[in-house]
Design a protein around this ligand. Structure first.
Ligand SMILES: Cc1cc2nc3c(=O)[nH]c(=O)nc-3n(C[C@H](O)[C@H](O)[C@H](O)COP(=O)(O)O)c2cc1C
Length: 301
């Protein structure tokens, strides 16, 4: 194994750096910059059974050290992606994590079933509202979240990652998901936030509130990965504010085996590639491997 290689749920990744869902679309816009197969994996935009038009504009606004977004899960629906983007991604030789969501557990499962031939892993976005169960996000309701994972596990042979929300308690949810057979976790999704327009005296975002991402949330991500690692033996895909090799290594120390780069890609489309190069240089100098760093902050001195 080379310095950056890592095995995650039986899949060998050439390096641990993947794209974060919703920040890289399906990769088409980036394929002329670098080969997508050079990344650890591409996580697709959140994909639902039916097309979703998304939230009213404005959908994005900057914040100190980050951004707020309220895209409203806009996507073309699974059938459209099966026609073009998913086969195309496979042709690129990329490893693919398909991010799925739905209004109810059965919808998540149906999307997972259909995308499975093209997916190395399925990532279940539990931050969307449980439309038929009180509108709380699935991620805030251990039983509803567990039902999603059970249904998705029944629908696919692929390993299933549950994407956790930082806006509620994570450990009781993680415990329920483990009982439901989840294979691994990804975290964190965005933190809820809001900004105001002083002229209009109204929220800036069309949806009023949105999700905070970028460097501002990195310490939250490091803490939650650290907490979860202490309570689970399932592997973790960590994310939140990663823009450099040093950021990725912080998450590895906390317990992440893979890391995702999200918001950083908006200001620099080479960001994921830059993190891979930075890790290679840093670890080569020290004659260490990425694997040496995973969870290393938990080992006694
Ligand atoms: C514009 C935008 C769209 C996103 N869409 C999704 C999505 O569809 N599904 C999902 O699970 N996470 C989504 N996320 C959350 C990211 O995948 C990631 O968890 C979060 O942004 C933290 O990482 P970052 O700080 O590197 O961006 C989105 C984030 C942004 C900024």
């Amino acid at each position: 194994m080379n310095r950056l290689e890592v095995e995650f749920l039986g899949i060998r990744f050439p390096n641990p750096v993947v794209t974060a869902s919703g920040t890289f679309n399906y990769g088409l816009e980036y394929a002329h910059l670098y080969p997508l197969s050079a990344l650890g994996a591409i996580t697709t935009k959140g994909t639902s059974l039916e097309p979703i038009a998304g939230a009213p504009t404005p959908r994005i606004t900057e914040t100190p050290m980050g951004m707020l977004n309220a895209i409203g899960l806009e996507n073309k629906g699974v059938e459209a992606y099966l026609q073009h983007e998913l086969p195309w991604l496979k042709e690129q030789g990329a490893r693919v994590i398909v991010n799925v969501f739905g209004d109810r557990a059965g919808d998540f499962a149906e999307v997972a079933r259909r995308v499975s031939p093209y997916a190395n892993l399925i990532e279940v976005n539990l931050s969307c509202p449980n439309v038929h169960g009180g509108r709380l996000p699935f991620a805030h309701d251990p039983q509803a979240a567990a039902e999603v994972v059970r249904r998705v596990k029944d629908a696919t042979e692929r390993p299933v990652l549950a994407k956790l929300s930082p806006n509620g308690p994570i450990l009781p949810v993680a415990e329920a998901l483990e009982a439901a057979g989840v294979d691994g976790f990804s975290l964190i999704n965005t933190l809820l936030g809001m900004r105001m327009d002083l002229d209009k005296k109204r929220p800036i975002l069309g949806n009023a509130s949105g999700g905070l991402s970028g460097p501002a949330i990195k310490p939250v991500a490091v803490r939650l990965v650290y907490e979860l690692y202490r309570h689970t033996d399932r592997p973790i895909l960590g994310m939140g504010g990663v823009a450099s090799a040093a950021d990725a290594l912080e998450l590895a120390l906390a317990g992440a085996s893979l890391v995702a780069v999200g918001t950083a890609t908006f200001s620099n489309p080479y960001a994921p590639y830059k993190v891979i190069k930075g890790l290679d240089e840093y670890l080569s100098e020290r004659e260490e491997t990425w694997r040496d760093w995973i969870g290393a902050a938990h080992t006694p001195n």
